[in-house]
Ligand binder design. Structure first.
Ligand code: ADP
Length: 493
């Protein structure tokens, strides 16, 4: 094996310390698998209020970093813990920025000083490596909150002895969230005005931190092959398709893995009963527990459709709204767990009053219930308008819960449509983004559900599918080596 690399993994959220979505799951698992491949991996994130309440064992490192924000010097303490018991993770503690109710905002909206918060975080990450005298081979940045770091290395530190040979990989987990801010925030970044051009981080008169990551990193990837293609189209490029096309030679797609030590029904400590493909009886007990948890009629033969996710337009709730009454009105039970836009929250609250015994809704962020829905449902519904990778459909496969998904992004890459003739497939897919197509697909699944033999063959194939991080971690390793080869280091792979 080639020599291990020193990899700094930077993320604005890392499970189990603080989480709003899939990024935290990725950041909480990939570093462990990279370490298992022999790399020296260290993780950095902000110390939010949630980190303190996560029960993590935090230790003071005694290190303090100092960053300039225009004319002020702002300092941060650095705390330390271990991810998965073995990967060092550092927390940047500056309570004025991070000791708040939410990570990025509240239900009212984003925090107004998000530019300053994440400019500070990015500077603190750079300062931390210097403070530790730990020179990474590669910095792996994730999403807009870290998009300035590649710009710092490429513009401010190009000739520095410490930083001049460090490779950068930038992973786009969701192109829709770009970190766009007023141009007069630029001085806070410490970058010169000559980066404020269409070739740099200017975007329709604003600064765009995601664009900064895309433009200034050596290598870029997104979290599925199909999404890597889709975002190069005008229709799905969120205004950055041209920038992405310009970097197409360095843009890759790597499907996320699943941390099966957390998401597997045979080892899931959050479930009332565990089960496996060989010993599946516990799944029915989870279904019963789920129906009871949502106060629904306990009819175990009726198919149960589950959903978990952020209640935002991306997830397909507008087309679901068109047909949800028809779906729940037929002979199914339905449960949903999520938080997000007010309009979707009230849509689902109404549904519960309309179908009290059959539709259960929890407007909350609740990890234990998320696990119970994966285990207790028969069908997991993800009608997303777009989906960079999607994790819940992968969890569903392992839990023997059949995904019904729209054929987009990672959903398309990971779910194989059921084919009756050949007896293949792990779920049900539909393509047009319409309520009718969604309804027809759910009906098709419900029809097959009645055929117990066919259904258990779909469940069996899903449970046997392997989306472990081992494979994805090896792909990331290749991307790190590609980034290094751009610096004239190592052999291209
Ligand atoms: P995204 O990153 O777009 O939110 P993913 O499918 O990639 O979507 O990942 C979502 C992750 O967040 C999953 O682990 C899911 O279980 C979790 N999640 C989303 N909403 C909730 C919620 N309300 N309660 C608990 N977990 C949630």
């Amino acid at each position: 094996m080639a020599a291990g690399l020193k990899v700094l993994f930077v993320s604005s959220e890392v499970a189990p310390f603080a989480k709003t979505g899939g990024l935290a799951d990725v950041a909480g698992s990939l570093p462990k698998y990279l370490q298992a491949l022999g790399h020296d991996v260290r993780v950095v994130m902000p110390k939010y209020r949630q980190v303190a309440s996560s029960g993590a064992d935090l230790k003071q490192t005694g290190m303090t970093v100092y960053c300039n924000i225009v004319e002020r010097t702002v300092s941060a303490n650095v705390l330390e813990s271990r991810l998965g018991g073995s990967v060092p993770i550092y927390f940047i503690e500056q309570d004025r920025y991070f000791d708040r109710e939410g990570l990025y905002g509240t239900s009212v909206g984003d925090y107004e000083d998000n530019a300053e918060r994440f400019i500070f975080f990015s500077k603190a990450v750079v300062a931390l490596c210097e403070e530790m005298s730990w020179q990474p081979d590669v910095i792996h940045c994730n999403d807009w909150q870290t998009g300035l770091i590649p710009a710092y290395l490429s513009i401010l530190y190009r000739d520095s002895e410490f930083w001049g040979r460090v490779g950068t990989l930038f992973t786009v987990h969701n192109l829709a969230y770009q970190g766009q801010f007023w141009h007069l925030d630029l001085p806070m970044t410490g970058l010169p005005w000559d980066v404020f051009t269409p070739e740099g981080l200017e975007f329709y008169g604003k600064i765009n931190l995601l664009k900064s990551g895309i433009v200034f990193s050596h290598v870029i990837n997104t979290v599925s092959k199909r999404y890597a293609q889709e975002i190069q189209s005008q229709e799905m490029g969120h205004g950055l398709d041209g920038v992405l096309r310009a970097r197409a030679a360095d843009l890759y797609g790597v499907i996320n893995g699943v941390d099966y030590s957390v998401w597997s029904p045979d080892a899931d400590r959050l479930l009332p009963v565990t089960y496996s493909a060989k010993n599946p009886s516990g799944k029915r007990k989870c279904k019963e527990a789920l129906l009871r948890a949502f106060n629904l009629d306990v009819d175990l033969d009726r198919p149960l459709i589950g959903m978990v996710g952020r209640l935002v337009a991306q997830k397909g709730f507008d087309i679901l709204a068109e047909v949800i009454d028809e779906i729940v009105g037929s002979d199914v039970s339905f449960v949903l767990l999520g938080t997000g836009d007010e309009r979707y929250e009230s849509m689902f609250k109404n549904l519960h009053s309309e179908f009290p015994g059959r539709a259960g809704v929890s407007i909350a962020f609740d990890n234990k219930t998320a696990h119970l829905i994966e285990a207790g449902s028969d069908i997991f519904l993800m009608p997303s308008r777009y989906e960079p990778c999607g994790l819940n459909q992968l969890y569903s496969l392992r839990y023997g819960t059949v995904p019904v998904v729209r054929a987009t992004g990672g959903l398309d890459d990971t779910i194989e449509d059921y084919d009756e003739t050949h007896g293949t497939g792990t779920g049900f897919k539909f393509e047009p983004y319409t309520g009718d197509a969604l309804l027809a697909c759910v009906r098709r699944a419900m029809e097959i559900y009645k055929d117990k033999k066919a259904w258990s063959s779909i469940v069996g194939r899903g449970m046997a599918a392997d989306f472990s991080w081992d494979r994805a971690a090896k792909e990331y390793e290749k991307l790190y080596r590609k980034a290094l080869s751009k610096m004239g280091r190592g052999v291209p792979v």
